[in-house]
Design a protein around this ligand. Structure first.
Ligand code: SAH
Ligand code: SF4
Ligand code: F3S
Length: 440
């Protein structure tokens, strides 16, 4: 029997890449690879990359540079680039970094076994197709990796919205939903392997419209379908677009006990002028209306968002409108970015604003978001939450899990086990987490 080869995968970008990395490990498992968490003893290194901002993409080239020594020391070490940089740059990656053996886009990684065989013969392998066949179906019978209590499950991929700043429609392709029966079967399989919480993933997950038993199902219908899966305790989904928050999905936040009270709903800007130039097809007011309806259905929901500052033509007044919107919403957590010019997107052609002005705005915006986050965390003190224990903490006897609101909660309890759901009283709040005591 041949000794197993070692695979080191490093994942950048969104949760979808995390999910894809697991699938790639499974695909290569069939070729005798087992995962390692050290690049030093790997026989193959795969970088699963993100192209969303310039820095993210450039980081890949510097990371590749770091592997030069390893490759020189180990002639048969293979290096691959997967994900959105692979899709966007294709053969250019091998031109810039000739030591790269393999480039595979996010829609073709089920072909990794054939590609691996090809690079073993010393050839290069490149595949950035958007193939007809369903990669998830091709991979479904691969032995699955061991699981913790939480898992991602991709239900929708790609995007047809073409926001003027964004590469996703180009790197991930058109919007496609997976059929209901496949999603339910995968969920069932995850639960059988000990998963208690599933986060449904999609670049526009709330636009989900997968083929169901007699007609296409909405995301809300899918959530109700998952609610019936015994042993599955918690359902989440991300990321959503404000325009696709349908009535049934809003209602599910009030009615579906397994759907957690947390919603990531990016707005990007609070200025209608900028939203229009971003091609977001919603206004600040229509966004606030959606928030109001969600809060009517589920008053304690924790909201999170994404913001871009310094988009072309953003004035101080436009920026102020974003701060005003943030004040009005009160976000429990948020992600904010300085606009990054992405070649090939419409906004890249426009006059860019002064980067120092953008940096200064980002600082002000982040100060406000951090203040809100801390206020909302402080308000949790004294409240009882349920915590799904995910891992051990750094201190002896410490366990760490997530509340319904996705807050990280640290507890000191020798009895608690990974995978338990415990009732916990929150006793304190620190920078990015809460601490609590088990009450039952
Ligand atoms: N599909 C999701 C998120 C896509 S990317 C959505 O529509 O919300 C995640 C976030 O990255 C975006 O919400 C946006 O805030 C940010 N982003 C995307 N392109 C960017 C760019 N060119 N510059 C800076 N931030 C960007
Ligand atoms: Fe990008 Fe906009 Fe699509 Fe989100 S909705 S993935 S920001 S194009
Ligand atoms: Fe990045 Fe691709 Fe996700 S560009 S954010 S890894 S879809």
């Amino acid at each position: 029997m041949t000794a197993s080869k070692k695979l080191f995968i490093k994942t950048y970008g969104c949760q979808m890449n995390v999910y894809d990395s697991e699938r790639m490990a499974e695909a290569l498992g069939g070729q005798g690879y087992v995962e390692t968490n050290s690049a030093d003893d790997a026989d193959m290194i795969l970088l699963n990359t993100c192209h969303i901002r310039e820095k993210a993409a450039e980081k890949i080239y510097s990371e590749l540079g770091r592997f030069k020594g390893l490759k020189a020391a180990k002639q048969d070490l293979k290096i691959g680039v997967a994900g959105c940089v692979a899709q966007a740059e294709g053969a250019e990656i091998i031109r810039r970094q000739p030591m790269v053996d393999l480039v595979v886009g996010p829609q073709s990684y089920h072909r990794l076994p054939e590609m691996e065989a090809k690079i073993r013969t010393g050839e290069k392998a490149l595949d950035t197709d958007f193939p007809e066949e369903d990669k998830f179906e091709k991979l479904k019978n691969r032995p699955k990796t061991a699981r913790g209590p939480t898992a991602f499950l991709t239900v929708q991929e790609g995007c047809d919205k073409f926001c003027a700043f964004c590469v996703v429609p180009y790197t991930r392709g058109v919007e496609v939903s997976r059929p209901v029966d496949r999603v339910l079967a995968e969920a069932q399989n995850l639960v059988e392997r000990g998963v208690r919480e599933i986060t449904l993933l999609g670049q526009n997950v709330n636009a989900y419209h997968g083929a169901g038993p007699d007609s296409d199902w909405t995301l809300a219908q899918l959530i109700w379908g998952l609610e019936k899966v015994d042993g599955l305790e918690r359902i989440r989904f991300t990321t959503s677009h404000p325009n696709d928050m349908s009535d049934d999905l809003i209602a599910a936040h009030g009615d579906c006990a397994k759907l957690m009270p947390y919603l990531h709903l990016p707005v990007q800007s609070g200025s209608d002028k900028i939203l229009k130039r971003m091609n977001r097809s919603h206004t600040a007011e229509s966004y606030l209306k959606v928030i109001e309806r969600i809060r009517a259905a589920r008053p304690d929901i924790l909201l999170s968002g994404d913001f871009i500052v310094g988009f072309p033509e953003e004035t101080e007044e436009d920026f102020q409108a974003t701060l005003d919107l943030i004040e009005e919403v009160r976000y429990g957590t948020a992600y904010s970015f300085k606009y990054s010019t992405r070649p090939g997107t419409p906004a890249a052609e426009r006059a860019q604003i002064d980067p120092d002005v953008a940096s200064e705005r980002l600082q002000r915006l982040q100060a406000l978001l951090t203040q809100q986050q801390h206020q909302i965390q402080d308000e949790m003190i004294g409240r009882d939450v349920s915590v799904l224990i995910e891992r051990t903490g750094r201190l002896p006897g410490q366990m760490v899990g997530k509340s319904e609101y996705l807050h990280s909660v640290h507890i000191q309890d020798a009895e608690a086990q990974i995978g338990d759901i415990k009732q916990v009283r929150i006793i304190s709040s620190s920078t990015n987490s809460l601490a609590g005591q088990i009450i039952s």
